[in-house]
Design a protein around this ligand. Sequence first.
Ligand SMILES: [Zn+2]
Length: 307
Amino acid sequence: MPTRTYRPVQVATLASGMDLILPLHEITGDRDGPTLGISAAIHGEEAVGVEIIYRFVTSFDLDGLAGRLLVLPVANPFTYAANTRFTPIDGGNLNRIFPGNHDGFLTEQLAYAVTEHFLRKIDIYVDLHAGGAYPTVDYVYILNAENLSRAFGSRLLYRPREALAGTSISVTRELNIPSVVVELGGGDVDQSEYVRRGIAGMANVLRTLKMLPGDPTPPPAQIVLREIATLRPHHGGLLLPEVTEMGGEVRREQALGRVISPYSFEELEVIRCPFERGIVVLTQLTPNVVEPGIYGFMIGNLATAES
Ligand SMILES: [Zn+2]
């Protein structure tokens, strides 16, 4: 039976008198093996990752575990509590300022603590993201561990030309730690299917690493995207989506959604597919109130995709 220890790390005392902690869990198997780090809620509004981790760690059968899981279910508690992307106290985006700064703004101090107490302690890394409070997303990045990215089992993968600076992955890649970033779920819809897939994906990654007994389930036919357009509205209002099939195909100029004014009822903007043949990677599954510049839609370019 694996041994489970909760080992919260104290980062700072806040003006409220409360402690800012990194909630670290260690699950240690009976057999030797590597340390796999799993994190969620680096962006707190991407909350489904927290539930995936909770259920995976507390309910999934981890008997026969080799090595150790080091688990950080809520990397930015401020954003998790407020259901936001940016730390309310200083406006920081935790996933743009890694490796952080011990003497910096609060979010930079948090990033530094995550780097020192978590990222530097692991051998393999899976970071769970999601669409957010409104958008829903479904793909996995291929970074420096294609086999593990594929093993998670999502149908769509994304091989970016370069990694985004300041992400937690920028730290682990520099340390040559095989890293997988999952974008799964989110939005104001039932998350149970995403939770189920998240747990199955984690199990499959562990089986691929031989950290859990049993053969991994082969992934479905997968599409590797080389280009994804992020489409952000220029007007705020009520966004009425027209494509609500995740992974569905869209064609050039097809309307993806309309922003209307809930005040004057005018149509302020139509957001359209920029590619000859596109595939829906992130969308709004419900009509949502939006501000300009939010994640509206993400469309993969099928013309440059690897199949
Ligand atoms: Zn995120």
